[in-house]
Design a protein around this ligand. Structure first.
Ligand SMILES: Nc1ncnc2c1ncn2[C@@H]1O[C@H](COP(=O)(O)OP(=O)(O)OP(=O)(O)O)[C@@H](O)[C@H]1O
Ligand SMILES: [Mg+2]
Length: 234
């Protein structure tokens, strides 16, 4: 029996067959504006507010203050847990990528975190020579974080349109244990949002494309509904 943790995102536990698998590295891939940062913050916030699980959020691009302000509109307070030593928010400029292992390990150990977000791995890839190096790096991160007893989301950017693949460098999905893809794409005159579990090692999951919305309480996935696959999908 695999051990699972509740994602904290309504509907996502249903389509993943019960939640994220404990200690896995889960790739959250999506186009720009899909809601990857919101989903990742919701996962961290749920850990803090509902499951007594401390969290670490490593951001490579967006400033922590900006993320905290944006998610406060959903009613999530990340400031208090940060002051109480339950949450570490790290902004890191990935010039010395080799430091990233120490930074993550130290901040996880520091507060005994169980949930980790790396937003985004695509930004880290810009500082590496080639995708092979990125693949090795993600693999090493997964080993370290598994040993630290963490369940980790790594965010990856995806280009919109046909045949563009589901990650920025085309290697991320192979190293990750599970993959969630968030589509934000235009169909006729409006944008639509839909989500799919692309893979989940060691577990069954929904094979359907499900609609999701960003509501005043954050992301909600509709497990009983099937999204319409518009043109331009990979
Ligand atoms: N309070 C809100 N209510 C509804 N929708 C919102 C709200 N706040 C943000 N959004 C939607 O979420 C989008 C941004 O989500 P988020 O920052 O998580 O995207 P992202 O996938 O991380 O994008 P990027 O690739 O640019 O980092 C906005 O473009 C907007 O459509
Ligand atoms: Mg983002």
């Amino acid at each position: 029996m695999v051990e699972r943790i509740h994602t904290g995102i309504p509907g996502l536990d249903e389509i993943t067959n019960g939640g994220f698998i404990k200690n896995q590295l889960i790739l959250v891939s999506g186009t720009s504006g899909a809601g990857k940062t919101i989903l990742s913050s919701q996962f961290i916030n749920a850990g803090l507010a509902e499951f007594k699980q401390n969290g670490v959020y490593l951001s490579f691009e967006e400033q922590p203050e900006s993320i905290k302000t944006n998610v406060s509109s959903f009613g999530w307070d990340l400031d208090t847990p940060q002051k109480e030593g339950k949450f570490n928010f790290i902004k890191y400029d990935p010039y010395h990528v080799e430091d990233v292992f120490d930074i993550i390990s130290n901040s996880v150990r520091d507060i005994n975190a169980k949930r980790v977000v790396i937003d985004s791995i695509s930004a880290l890839g810009l500082y590496l020579r080639d995708p092979v190096e990125l693949r090795r790096m993600i693999f090493n991160l997964s080993l370290i974080l598994r040993k630290l007893d963490c369940t980790t989301l790594i965010v990856s950017e995806m280009l919109p349109g046909e045949n563009k693949g589901i990650s920025r460098y085309g290697v991320e999905e192979f190293v990750a244990d599970s993959v969630i893809v968030m589509y934000y794409e235009r169909f006729q005159s409006a944008f639509t949002r839909s989500m799919q579990v692309w893979k989940s090692r060691g577990s069954d999951h929904s094979l359907k494309l499900h609609p999701y919305r960003i509501t005043e309480k954050g992301i909600r996935v509709y497990p009983d509904e099937e999204a319409f696959a518009g043109t331009g999908r990979i």
